[in-house]
Design a protein around this ligand. Sequence first.
Ligand SMILES: Nc1nc2c(ncn2[C@@H]2O[C@H](COP(=O)(O)OP(=O)(O)O)[C@@H](O)[C@H]2O)c(=O)[nH]1
Ligand SMILES: [Mg+2]
Length: 302
Amino acid sequence: MGGIFSFFSFSKPWRTINWGDNQSELQYVKDYKPQTDGLRILLHGPVGAGKSSFVNSVQSVLKGQMCRQALVANTSRGCFTKSYTTYKIQKGPETFYPFVFNDIMGLTKDQGVSVDDVKLALKGHVKENYEFNPESTLSEKDLTFYNKHPTANDKVHVLVCVIDANTVSEMSDEIQDKIHNIRMEASKLRIPQVAILTKIDLVCPKIQNNLRNVYETVHIKNKMEELSALVGIPMNCIFPVKNYHEEINLNSDIDSLILSALRNIIDIGNDYLNLKRSDGDDSREPPPAFNDEPAPPYTQWQ
Ligand SMILES: Nc1nc2c(ncn2[C@@H]2O[C@H](COP(=O)(O)OP(=O)(O)O)[C@@H](O)[C@H]2O)c(=O)[nH]1
Ligand SMILES: [Mg+2]
C-alpha cells in the first residue's frame, strides 16, 4: 500500500467536498428531473474494479440503508456479472429515480465482455438479461436479445469507466486498448464519459484512516493524472470513491464521495440530454429500411 508519494500532502485540499453535510447533495439528486425520460448510465471497466459495488453503494446512499442488489465477486479473478442488467433505484413506494445503471461483464486481457458488445450496448441494441459471451458478439439475428429499434431510453447517456486505483499503473496494453476502443465509439456517438477511481482506501494508510484526506493526498492526484493520461478522460471527469464493500452501516464520508461522483455523472448526462434535445437529435441513426418489426413499447422509469 502506498509508495513514496503516500507521505506527501497538499497544504489544502484541491477539490471541495462538504464532508459531514450530505443533505444538500442528496436533495439535489432527489430533486433531479430531466427534461426527457431519464438517464441511462453504463458502467464498464476491468473485472473486479468495483462496478457492481458502485451500483450497490449509490443505492445504499440514496435509500439510506445498505443495499446488496448487484452481485459482487469476492475475488477479482471470478467475473460475477455476466448478463446485461439494469438497476433502477426506488424513490418512493411506486416511483424510481430518473436514472438507471447498467452493469456489464468486466473487461479482461483475453476474456470478459467483447468490445463490440459494449458498443452495441451504447447504441441500445442489447436487451435486458443478455448473457455476454466472450467468444462471440450479440448478433442482429438474435431475436430474443438484439433490440433492432432502440428508443432514446434504451441508449446510453453517460459512459462510466470504473478503475481500481491500485491497478492503474499495471493496466495491461490489451485492457487499455479495449477501453480506448469503447471510448472512441462513445465519442463518435457524442456520449459523455466519466471515470470512477475505486478502492482508494487501499491506496495509502492516510486515506484508510480518514477518507477526508483524499484531495490532500498527492498519491491520489498522481493516480488520477495517470488514469487521465492512460484513458484520455480529463481530470474534471475523474472521481475517486471508496465503495461500500465490508461495512454493514452507512458512513457519512463514504456517502459524501459517492454523492459527489453521482451528482457529477447526473450533471454531465443531463447536459448531453439537453444537447440532444436542442439538436432535435436521434436522427443520427437512420430509420430502419423495412419496418419488419414493430418498435417496442416506450417504457418510462417513473
Ligand atoms: N477495499 C475496497 N474494496 C472494494 C471497493 N469496491 C469494491 N471492492 C471489492 O472488490 C471486489 C470486486 O468488486 P465488484 O464490485 O464485484 O467488481 P466488478 O467486477 O467491477 O463488478 C469485491 O471483493 C469488492 O468487495 C472499494 O472501494 N474498496
Ligand atoms: Mg460486477
